[in-house]
Design a protein around this ligand. Structure first.
Ligand code: CP
Length: 323
């Protein structure tokens, strides 16, 4: 594996899920693969889970790990070509990428949507420069449009906790005080469409996800109707993706009162098939989900986060095997 961005990059999902269980049974079995190999994890944005779980996964595989927080201690990077660099940015990504690549064997990058331009975000300008100029395998640790390590961990979690062969999985928009990117719902939709689940997306009008990710999934604007009979409820906020409202890309569309009708609470969970609750974390309690639901017996948020180590280890293992 040279790039981990989309669900297709992992190949057959049944094989990947079986491999995840192999890793979980004995996560130190492949230490020989990472001997004298270095993973460089580059963060343009904050992280708790991705940072720790990916480091742990790399260490499980016997790798050395370097973590770089670009905005804390490194030179401020220019990312646009052709710019006269007379401002506060001291180094260009075009030099920084091959330099960083010379110190490692595999690169992971986190770089969120900037919301300056939908075109720039959806073209993945930053990550594509790493793919093009590093000469190293590159995995996405949440980019402008995707978060595949999260979606893979989510699928592992669903597989481990499902009680019917083909569970109903509902991705529900939920309120948040800030405009958030679409990376998590995009990847979740992409992975659920490829998995053996009955997938439904629910959100207020205007939040339609990009068709390249949401494909033919059923979209239901009535949240209560979407939740009926659900086996898994996956809550997440996202800002306007600019599909039906190009003028509003990256903004919060609704007023506070309207938005707060979408908080996942016992009211919505009552019409489900005793659904398990999922969220990628970090979560804004009593905006996205009420305390009782996230703390309840049906909440999966902790095992879901723990599976981030497993998804990262499968991806790193595949990359090491391809070096
Ligand atoms: N879910 C997730 O990616 O968490 P972090 O932003 O803390 O890495």
């Amino acid at each position: 594996m040279r790039i981990f961005q989309h669900v297709q990059d992992i190949g057959d999902l049944r094989v990947a899920l079986a491999e995840a269980q192999d890793v979980k049974r004995d996560r130190f079995r492949w230490q020989h693969l990472g001997k004298n190999k270095t993973a460089l994890l580059i963060f343009f944005n904050n992280s708790l889970r991705t940072r720790l779980s990916t480091q742990k996964a790399a260490m499980n595989l016997g790798m050395n790990v370097i973590v770089l927080d670009v905005n804390q201690g490194a030179w401020k990077l220019e990312t646009e070509r052709g710019v006269i660099m007379d401002g506060d940015k001291s180094e260009h990504l075009l030099e920084a990428i091959p330099v960083m690549a010379s110190y490692c064997d595999i690169i992971g990058v986190r770089s969120f949507a900037r919301f300056e331009s939908r075109e720039d975000d959806y073209e993945e300008r930053i990550l594509n420069q790493f793919i093009r100029y590093s000469g190293r395998p590159v995995f996405f640790m949440e980019s402008a449009t995707v978060h595949p390590l999260q979606a893979f961990a989510d699928l592992i979690t669903i597989e481990e906790h499902k009680t019917v062969a083909r569970p109903k999985v509902v991705l529900s928009w939920a309120p948040h005080p800030k405009a958030l990117p679409q990376a998590v719902p995009n990847s979740f939709a992409e992975w659920m469409l490829a998995a053996d689940v009955d997938f439904v997306v629910t959100h207020p009008e205007g939040y339609e996800l990009d068709p390249q990710f949401v494909g033919t999934a059923r979209v239901e604007y009535d949240q209560m109707r979407a939740f009926e009979g659900a086996d898994f409820v996956y809550a997440k906020n996202w800002s306007c993706p600019g599909v039906t409202r190009p003028d509003a890309y990256g903004t919060v569309l609704d007023d506070y009162h309207t938005m707060m009708q979408w908080t996942v609470s016992a009211r919505q969970m009552a019409v489900t098939h005793d659904a398990r609750f999922m969220h990628c974390l970090p979560v804004r309690r009593n905006m996205i989900v009420t305390d009782d639901v996230i703390e309840g017996q049906r909440s999966l948020v902790i095992p879901e986060a723990a599976n981030r180590e497993i998804s990262a280890q499968v991806v790193l293992k595949r990359m090491l095997e391809s070096l």
